[in-house]
Design a binder for this molecule. Sequence first.
Ligand code: F0G
Length: 454
Amino acid sequence: GNVPLEMHKVRIVQKLNLVPIERRLEAINEAGNNTFLLKNSDIFLDMLTDSGVNAMSDKQLAAMMEADDSYAGSATFTKLENKIKEIFGMEYFLPAHQGRACENIISQAYVKPGDIIPMNYHFTTTKAHITLNGGLVEEIIIDEGLNPTSDYPFKGNMDVEKLKGLISKHGAEKIAYVRLETGTNLIGGQPHSLENMQEIRKVCDEFGLMLVLDASLLADNLYFIKTREEKCKDMSIREITRAMADLSDIIYFSARKLGCARGGGICIRDKDIYMKLRELITLYEGFLTYGGMSVREIEAITVGLDETMDENMINQGPQFIAYMCEKLQESGVPIITPPGGLGCHLNAMEFVDHIPQSQYPAGALASALYIVSGVRGMERGTISEQRDENGNEHFANMELLRLAMPRRVFTLSQVNYAVDRIKWLYENRKLIGGITFVEEPKVLRFFFGKLTAV
Ligand code: F0G
């Protein structure tokens, strides 16, 4: 197989605990079978997310020491603004405290009640903000995107015919904007191609629609375009990034995933759009030269964006994920293929096919894996969905247990440990039973809801 090679060395470490299984059982009960509610002291390998937990570089830490701390007009902000211009070629940049803050601003500015927002696929916080403003999310991922096992290289692509269909059905004036999520999170970190983006742009141009790119998972998607898209294999990462940016009207991102450990921002080409969004930034985030971030974070983002242009940096996530997926596949464990970015995704619908969707197979699997290994994953299935207007359960298209691979954080032995425990659990999968809510919050219930064994 392909063994990934680390293109960095470890200089600072954090000690981990592996508490006994009896404590793990107690801990998951205290957490109401919700891995979000576990405490880090009870966790061995934290594969909940890559958000805010990718390893930072020596260069980022050094830059943080230089930060120019002023409320307004900080030189640190100017550096980031210039870096955005250099990389994305976009004139304007608005800072925000994280990705969902950008979603709040963009939804408030552009989503009116009854509007349609077509997208390749939703993300939890994105959908919450759009529906809060009365908009309707229309997912138009290509059919192959929802096929759990596939060798299609770009399962994150948008179905351009479906986009045209939506426009002719509702009329362009009902469409607030078209949203493309790079490295499509909830279907297994699956990339879209540059070609797909070019086709989407053509349709947007034809109907005068704005294309909004959620670039939170840009690093992984860039790597996949570079390595999987024939036409792009001779382009540099910078050239691919610029080509993507040139097709977008707005790019927003969570810097917790892209560039740093905190923060986010909105990159804008057009002055009118900038003026419209600007007021909301000062209302919700902070002054225009910090937007809810500390200047130290802003310094780290500037360096982090530059480092994202390095193929030897952005290949680390995908290569570790591909290794983990390959090892699991060899043992017949059902996973999402082809391996994407973000993490390795177990297909719970198959892994625990004896648990009906109404008993949250992915949530049950998350609980069980924690008990047998101390590894914390994240449910990405029906628990992560929201009920409809009438309170009916909305069954997810996919029931996934996401095992995120924060970049440059875990060693290969740790990945092997996780693989070994998952294999054991798969052989003993009939031990796992379904779960049901005992406390169910109305909004984003997956964050703090509590469940118990059926
Ligand atoms: N968009 C995408 C595609 C994301 O993956 C995230 C966050 C956000 C927006 C929101 O950004 O967290 O900075 O407010 N994803 C994290 C995850 C939470 O674990 O997948 P945020």
